[in-house]
Design a protein. Structure first.
Ligand code: HEC
Ligand code: HEC
Length: 441
């Protein structure tokens, strides 16, 4: 790496990457008895639930909701699977979401104001813009077992924004397979990772660990790790948020217990309100399904090929794994995570997994300008996306702006600039080997 042609700074960063990556799983917790997390695109559980329970929970995640179930009034899709399916239920897809907002006079990000029903209804300060609505429409629907007529032939329910919203952004749908392992990593592991990363790069790469409210723990704080902005720390919180904001189905966890608007709404809130024979709501089934999934598997042939093996070393040597951390270990069974809301079960405890992420927010020059749960400094930061399963993605980066791995790497500037420079100083053969490694993930 550190040939005469290479700049000293480049060698320095690469050396630090080596030191960091050699530390491996001990960045955080190091349990000698830790075993590998099970992997597979095979619709089988990781051991958290049995196959019958897993298939039933998956059925809930795949269920198509209708107006009588509380769908909408504004929404993006009728089932979780519509956006999380490629190549199996739970993973990612090409579906993109639309976010918008503007800066106020002090330069602070403010979510968009949406107008509905010929400007008679206003939804202020919400960066997510839903792109479907249940009206205008006329239909016969069943609400809590009672048939009624849904009669809104003239009400225009779609959200409209104006040119006052100067920040427009798209977000790709993320993978959720293996997320139970991510949830089971202790906050301290991520905090240690953040401080080691910053210290070992002399302050050049300092990911931000964001503390976010865990909805089922009455808003107690934990380190966020899910979503492009690290907006949630728990899978139950994310499921509750997604059920309301993607599908318009209000559920028991505040603030998601009321619909965003009552326009054309005939189903009482919260929509997901009838516990089943297990005492669970839909949101509990979604969270249990995701927690029970196996991690995305490698393409073992490509991983074992000589180019794939050489590429893995180069990925490490140039410093990609300073952020795209190759191995993490979950907290032991019985440990409590997500501000005490989730106790790590045996199937998820003390497991080594390979997400290729630090789950921290970084400014790599691609930021979308949107602020969600973090402070204003997060506007142009994005979470390092896990690269497991990246071979199934056809559009890369949060907004899908790159279609080739090479181009996605070139987009890395800001904190990642020294690493991008390292990549660019590799020979074409070496660059292709590194890309072969990405194609094996
Ligand atoms: C319209 C498409 C769409 C639907 C429907 C949808 N999602 Fe998502 N999902 C996304 C997008 C886009 C993201 C990335 C969100 C972000 O960070 O802005 C995401 C992210 C997630 C994540 C975080 C994954 C991670 O590791 O960061 C979870 C968990 C999740 N969704 C669960 C669900 C559940 C449960 C449902 C059904 C209630 C659902 N989603 C419905 C598009 C969708
Ligand atoms: C400073 C931290 C950092 C470093 C170093 C870094 N990345 Fe990233 N990477 C990110 C972030 C943050 C994103 C998301 C950016 C976005 O979507 O706007 C990302 C996105 C990606 C993606 C797109 C993934 C997807 O699902 O769309 C790929 C591929 C990728 N990086 C590969 C690499 C490679 C290869 C290297 C080394 C040459 C590297 N990265 C170095 C932080 C980093």
């Amino acid at each position: 790496m550190c040939s005469k042609r290479t700049m000293l700074y480049v060698c320095l960063i690469a050396g630090l990457a080596m030191a960091l990556a050699l530390a491996g799983p001990s960045l955080g917790q190091n349990y000698s008895t830790a075993t590998e997390a099970p992997s597979g695109y095979d619709n089988q559980p990781n051991g958290l639930t049995d196959q019958a329970t897993f298939s039933m929970d998956r059925g809930k995640f795949e269920e198509v909701e209708a107006i009588g179930d509380g769908l909408g009034p504004i929404f993006n899709a009728q089932s979780c699977r519509e956006c999380h399916q490629n190549p199996v239920t739970g993973s990612s897809s090409q579906v993109k979401e639309f976010r918008a907002g503007h800066h106020d006079s002090t330069g602070k990000f403010v979510g968009a104001t949406a107008f509905l029903a010929d400007n008679t209804v206003t939804i202020p300060n919400r960066s997510l813009i839903n792109q479907r609505a249940i009206c205008p429409a006329v239909d016969t629907i069943t609400v809590n077992g009672v048939q009624q007529t849904f009669n809104f032939p003239q009400t225009q329910g779609q959200e409209r924004i104006t040119t006052a919203e100067t920040i427009l952004a798209l977000r790709m749908s993320s993978n959720t397979l293996g997320d139970g392992f991510i949830e089971s990593v202790s906050d301290q592991t991520l905090l240690n990772l953040a401080s080691a990363q910053c210290a070992n790069t002399g302050g050049a790469i300092c990911g931000e660990a964001l503390k976010v409210a865990v909805l089922e723990a009455s808003g107690a704080l934990a380190v966020g790790r899910f979503g492009w902005k690290d907006q949630h720390a728990s899978l139950l919180s994310f499921s509750s948020d997604a059920y309301l904001n993607e599908m318009g189905i209000s559920n028991r966890l505040p603030p998601n217990n009321v619909d965003v608007t009552r326009l054309c709404d005939v189903v009482p809130d919260p929509n997901d309100n009838t516990p089943d024979s297990e005492g669970l709501n839909d949101v509990d089934h979604f969270a249990r399904f995701i927690r029970a999934t196996k991690v995305p598997p490698r393409d073992t042939a490509l991983a074992a090929s000589s180019d794939g093996v050489a590429g893995a070393t180069l990925f490490h040597n140039v410093g990609c794994d300073i952020c795209h951390v190759s191995s993490l270990t979950t907290a032991p069974a019985g440990a409590s995570v997500a501000a005490g809301a989730f106790t790590v079960p045996a199937s998820l405890g003390n497991k080594i997994f390979h997400p290729y992420s630090d789950f921290l927010l970084h400014n790599v020059g691609t930021g979308d300008g949107i602020v969600q749960t973090g402070g204003q400094e997060t506007a142009n930061k994005m979470r390092t996306p896990p690269l497991w399963g990246v071979r199934t993605r056809t559009e890369l980066l949060h907004d899908g702006r790159s279609v080739r791995f090479y181009d996605a790497i070139q987009q890395h500037r800001g904190e990642a600039q020294p690493v991008t420079n390292n990549f660019n100083s590799l020979s074409t053969t070496q660059q292709n080997q590194l890309i072969t490694f990405l194609r094996s993930l």
